[in-house]
Design a protein around this ligand. Structure first.
Ligand SMILES: [Fe+2]
Length: 307
């Protein structure tokens, strides 16, 4: 029998069952439940990596292959990967929220749980927004953010398979134009400065969704804050991202510190068991990680488009 229970008072749904119940998971309903609840946790089904890939495929037709150094490929095509390496804590963030298109759905799989700590942390973006000070709410709701990525020549030349600046710009322009959500007011520009590719992505810092009234905090501001204020935490892969205001000014850090405080108030720590899976609406449910010390922790991720 599959038992449904709420994850927290206001967000998420847990489906608990056993291996025998696996065929009873209504796969067509999974994406609907993610949209309704923001997060769905499958617990006790003893899923294999194959099950994980089959179920995620039901919800997202396409997956992103993240090019972070240190993420290992689990599937041959790289659409199933390990999560960010390291053991440090990671604050609430939208996965790859700093580049277009922002992924719609995230899938996590527990290959091996840590013996203690190391929970994946979840944050309802709507609740986080409600907990912000009125000043921060106004700032995030009314102003867009500008993410600036600096990509060194090794990476862009390898990815685009050219070292010609004009050709690279042309290819990126083509890709960006189709990736932007113009209705949300997203915009992007690209330039080359001394062989470094500089890509700007302008997007709102909040978003709406059918499951709740109001707006959800939805951006990568807290990882940016961590790279500035807690460089000892590592997050090397994210260190090349800068967050600015749309007007190209420094982002006010007191606003981000207020968001960090609010995120801690709404944090839910998801303890993993082997074979469990989590499905998240990446745009209104943020995630992070509690620090840990067990080197055997092994969590896989798929990053999906098109919910
Ligand atoms: Fe992440």
């Amino acid at each position: 029998m599959i038992v449904e229970s709420p994850l927290t008072e206001r967000m998420g749904l847990v489906l608990t069952g056993s291996r025998d119940d696996l065929s009873r998971i209504d796969r067509a309903m999974l994406s609907k439940k993610v949209a309704e609840h923001g997060a769905v946790i499958l617990r006790g089904f003893e899923l294999t990596v194959d099950d994980f890939e089959t179920l995620s495929q039901e919800v997202a037709p396409e997956f992103l292959v993240h090019h972070d150094v240190g993420r290992m490929y689990i599937s041959d095509d790289g659409t199933t990967q390990t999560v960010v390496p390291g053991m440090e804590g990671i604050p609430a963030h939208v996965e790859r929220g700093y580049a277009a298109p922002i992924p719609a759905t995230l899938f996590f799989y527990c290959n091996h749980p840590p013996d203690s700590e190391g929970e994946t942390t979840l944050y309802d973006g709507f609740e986080l927004f409600e907990r912000l000070s009125p000043e921060s709410q106004k700032f995030f709701a009314e102003r867009k953010v500008r993410y600036r990525l600096r990509i060194g020549p090794e990476l862009w030349q390898r990815t685009l398979m050219t070292d010609d600046h004009a050709e690279a710009m042309y290819m990126i322009d083509e890709q960006l134009t189709s990736a932007l959500d113009v209705e949300r007011g997203e915009a992007a520009t690209c330039r080359v400065d001394d062989d470094t590719l500089i890509m700007d992505f302008v997007t709102p810092a909040t978003r709406t969704a059918a499951r709740r009234e109001g707006v959800a905090f939805s951006n990568s501001g807290l990882t940016y804050l961590y790279t500035l204020e807690m460089p000892e935490e590592g997050l090397l892969a994210l260190g090349k991202m800068t967050m600015l205001t749309e007007e190209d000014e420094a982002f006010p850090l007191e606003i981000l510190r207020d968001a960090l405080r609010a995120s801690r108030e709404v944090e839910y720590k998801l303890s993993w068991r082997k074979g469990d899976m989590a499905l998240l609406d990446n745009r209104t449910v943020l995630h992070g990680r509690a620090a840990f010390s067990d080197p055997n922790r092994s969590i896989y991720i798929r990053i999906g488009f098109g919910l």
